[in-house]
Write a protein that binds this ligand. Sequence first.
Ligand code: ADP
Ligand code: MG
Length: 698
Amino acid sequence: MVQHILDTPIEYLKGVGPSRAEMLRKEVGVFTFNDLLHYYPFRYVDRSKFYRISDIDSDSAWIQLRGKIISMQILGTGRTSRLVLQFTDGSGQTELVFFQGIKWAKEKVIIGKEYIVFGKPNYFNRKYNFPHPDFEPADEEVSSPNEPLQPYYSTSEKLKSRGFTPKNFARLIRTLLNQVYNAIPETLSPALIHSLKLISRAEALLNIHFPANAVLLEKAQQRLKFDELFFIQLQIIRLKFIRTEKVKSRVFSRIGENFNNFYKNNLPFELTNAQKRVVKEIRADMGSGKQMNRLLQGDVGSGKTLVALMSMLIAIDNDCQACLMAPTEILAAQHYKTISKMLAGLNIEVALLTGSTRKAERSVLHQSLSEGKMQILIGTHALIEESVQFRNLGLVVIDEQHRFGVAQRARLWEKSLVPPHILVMTATPIPRTLAMTLYGDLEVSVIDELPPGRKPIKTYHFFEKDRLKVIQFMRSQIEQGRQIYIVYPLINESDKLELQALSEGIDNITRHFPLPQYHVSIVHGQLKAADKESEMKRFLERKTQIMVATTVIEVGVDVPNASVMIIENAERFGLSQLHQLRGRVGRGADQSFCILMSSYKLTTEGKKRLETMVRTTDGFDIAEVDLHLRGPGDIQGTQQSGLVGLKLANLVKDEKLLKLAREFAFRTLEDDPGLQKPENAPLVRHLSNKEFDWGKIS
Ligand code: ADP
Ligand code: MG
């Protein structure tokens, strides 16, 4: 096959060569011409604008200076040694400081020569200096005067030492563009380009590197962002089309004895309207003949378990097995207990399978599963093991799906010749933009209503000075018969400081709440499963009033009598985690409380998180704030979603464009599901270049 010029290895670009190519591959992942073409500048500097040193008055922005280096000195020794260049532009004097790459910088400096310096001023010892600025001789300009916006490329000390300064990146990319401009393929159909008034892909790539002006830069960004979002949506929606068109699954046509008996005799309460609606949606899906792929979102405590159970009963009524997979042993055990209890008297076989299930028990279980006798299997990822074989698995329910890797989920699919229906439940509300991208191929149901009689949890933020007040409050709650959680951050189970905080916390609590009047449960990740279980059990049976725990209790544990959640070092938790933790209380009819303890030292972000928690209990509201604070890249699950491919588009800022991209992807596929029309050939070519892996999404 003839290789496209853009696939040429980067070493063949004029000015690169084998050893510098190795550097580019290692340091910035640039392997081919195409990769370099997509190595976008991280900012643009208006090269007609120079700052005067005397005008510098804040250390926030990147600025450009023009002037001379008048002296060069190496100060300090060993690890503190640094190169200091005195720099003047006539209006004043400042220092350019290098801690690394000293040798390289030193060799580059010619005293008295004019340089253009680009950097971020830093206020230190009552004056501004520039740590690690970029500087280039003023006579080595690469962009022409009619391109006032100059691109700056990120680079590393290592790259710089081999001559890859931001300027040199610009030079290389200029060379590349001259060579390949006419060969840059269009990726969208003419109709799309026309109706969205986009510039061509080649024009966009040229202007993202060397903008002719601010307007064209903006257009280039729009075009390239649109491409990024559009192709993700096209892939997701195509996957959705394929699944709904092609993947046949069992038809659950019957609502039978088990479901009806449960509804009539065992249902402990009236379903909420939201629960009724969602059960209906699931029933319709599973009766359609197509495979169900549904995401069930519902805030903590909204009653998802019941929905899962009723869905499983439908599967059983249609002679199939069902399984429910939970992320932790505690949660799996709790589901098992709740569900067995709810099914009392119904003659349905339910079993629990986790990593700590004994071998003998396990082989009996395997047997009854493969014979089809066992109807509901609840467990952890132990369910995925090869030895677990179902006779006719019809429904897979996955709880708290963020914790399951994509590969793990895919393996559940393989447990049945006919693909089982899939219900994914999550209590982590996902902002719309993210959901469109992460789960855009799944149907979504939302339980947007809590069971009746719940009072909104009151949330407070306290500091250490309020400790005695908090202890007082705990006593009064315990006197009223309530129970209390205290959670410590133990993000890293072997972090000494965190472990110390936990053990000091425990000492403190047992001192304030001594035996024999008070009893305390302690649960953390280093306990054996059986010990965890028995500590939980004591709390559940009200033998203890206080549960001190690390985040192992985060998901799912249900103790309706617990009405106070105290979170220590709350500033160390992420927003969604705080929200999950708070959801452990407020499950009964009593007024519940959440107390966020924090140190006095708070980052702006940490403060915002705590303020948000105090302000609202709405999970979607919290998720939006979280997305704004952290950006999508940090939100669990996004790593595996293909979102890492977003270079320019931002799911927070480009929501409008995302909607547009999704809409047009939909229209395109509706009009031409197989993308077979000639005008869609560019799309297909681009998709196949991207070597997209279907398994990465959903
Ligand atoms: P989550 O959605 O967080 O998994 P659960 O399924 O654990 O929530 O339900 C939370 C609590 O609410 C449980 O104690 C459950 O028994 C109770 N519950 C669920 N549905 C209802 C309902 N319709 N009416 C009253 N209580 C309900
Ligand atoms: Mg749950």
